[in-house]
Design a protein around this ligand. Structure first.
Ligand SMILES: *Cc1c(COP(=O)(O)O)cnc(C)c1O
Length: 379
């Protein structure tokens, strides 16, 4: 069976974990954690990076930093992973789900402004498949209404928004806050892991405190204060050095990882274009304001019947293809809380999208075999 995903190891992970163990300090915020922070801050012009135990945790930290309270409203796409919403639901927020774009699963920025009112606290954008949302428009809307922007950049590592001056701005460096994931299904991995990017200077000091269980221990370690104390609410959001050591080995190979993923992605695109057109299947759409980090290669089928038949056809050839994200506004948890607005594009992606195997060690024979078997699918 060709799996859908296979975690890629760069070869240095165990060596770095051993190094971390030998230093005698394996709790959080040690040498490897700081190396990871420095990489993100320098490479992507993020003001302050903090490793977390998951992207879910980084999203929960965002909700704490934004002081979300019962009754506050958050705007986000319905077509996303549950954590994007859960983090804010946990603080008592009301979620206003928004539809995806017709040409892409990312949120439709033209629908944001209609939903903004005096209770709106934040817009959470999700760079689906790593593809940039229209950040210029979104930041303008946020500025106009004085609301915060959180980028759920779980899938968007090493990808860029291109502005009118043709400058590349790293995804995760644009919103007031942004969150990354290093779950084993993402481009670089730590088993479980995440990162909070803080791009709004006023949040930096408090973010460190929330990260360290509500204490100023980080400042104490830097000898800025003589003893550490309970300062604010917080939790244990920082991962151990073992996780950070593993992640740093991945970071060192990021360039090679991205290159191979992009080769696979481009091979799929080039060799599936004609076939997809004859079956009315859509290939991924990358707007001109986004680069491509090859996180997901997806197909959007004509309808659910075709999608399910395609998954079955591939399964019979020992190839695992998968769908995901059932619109959150129709989920058992949320359905009754939703305000009733139809979100038809989100439903299309829920019913018709399918993802192809995409990982570093996918061999050329395997990818050829996958494409050949898709060509044999003629419904
Ligand atoms: C993977 C993912 C998450 C959750 O990441 P974890 O690190 O597993 O918590 C959140 N949002 C999106 C869009 C994701 O793809």
């Amino acid at each position: 069976m060709i799996p859908f995903n296979k975690p890629h190891l760069t070869g240095k992970e165990l060596q770095y974990i051993q190094k971390a163990v030998e230093t005698g300090k394996i709790s959080g915020n040690g040498k490897f954690t700081q190396l990871c922070h420095q990489f993100f801050e320098k490479q992507y012009h993020i003001q302050k990076a903090l490793l977390t135990t998951s992207c879910t945790d980084a999203l929960e930290m965002s909700a704490l930093l934004l002081n979300i309270e019962v009754g506050d409203e958050i705007i986000m796409p319905s077509y996303t992973f549950v954590s994007t919403a859960n983090a804010f639901i946990l603080r008592g927020a009301t979620i206003r789900f928004i539809d995806s774009k017709k040409e892409h699963p990312g949120l439709d920025e033209n629908q944001i402004e209609n939903l903004i009112n005096e209770r709106t606290k934040a817009i959470v954008v999700v760079h689906y498949a790593g593809v940039a949302c229209n950040m210029k428009k979104i930041m303008e809307i946020a500025d106009r209404h004085q609301v915060f922007v959180v980028e759920d950049a779980a899938q968007a590592i090493d990808n860029y928004y291109i502005n009118e001056d043709n400058e590349k701005l790293a995804l995760g460096s644009i919103g007031h806050l942004a969150t990354f994931s290093f779950h084993e299904t993402k481009n670089i991995i730590a088993g479980e892991g995440g990162l909070l990017a803080i791009n709004y200077p006023k949040f930096v000091e408090r973010a460190e405190i929330i990260w360290e269980k509500g204490t100023n221990r980080s400042a104490f370690f830097r000898k800025e204060v003589s003893k550490y104390n309970w300062i604010d609410i917080g939790s244990s959001f920082l991962p151990s050095e073992i996780t950070a050591a593993f992640l740093f080995a991945q970071i060192e190979h990021l360039e090679q990882i991205q290159k191979r993923r992009l080769e696979c992605w481009n091979y799929y695109y080039k060799n599936l274009l004609n076939w997809a057109q004859t079956l009315n299947i859509q290939l991924p759409f990358i707007p001109n304001y986004s680069t491509n980090n090859a996180h997901i290669f997806y197909l959007v089928c004509e309808n659910q019947t075709q999608r399910d038949a395609l998954i079955q056809h591939m399964k019979e050839k020992n190839i695992l293809t998968v769908f995901h994200y059932l619109s959150l506004h129709k989920s058992p948890f949320f359905e009754k809380k939703h305000d009733g607005r139809p979100l038809p594009n989100s439903d299309v992606y829920s019913n018709c999208l399918v993802r192809l195997p995409l990982f570093v060690n996918l061999t050329q024979e395997q990818i050829k075999y996958i494409v050949e078997n898709l060509h044999d699918f003629k419904n």
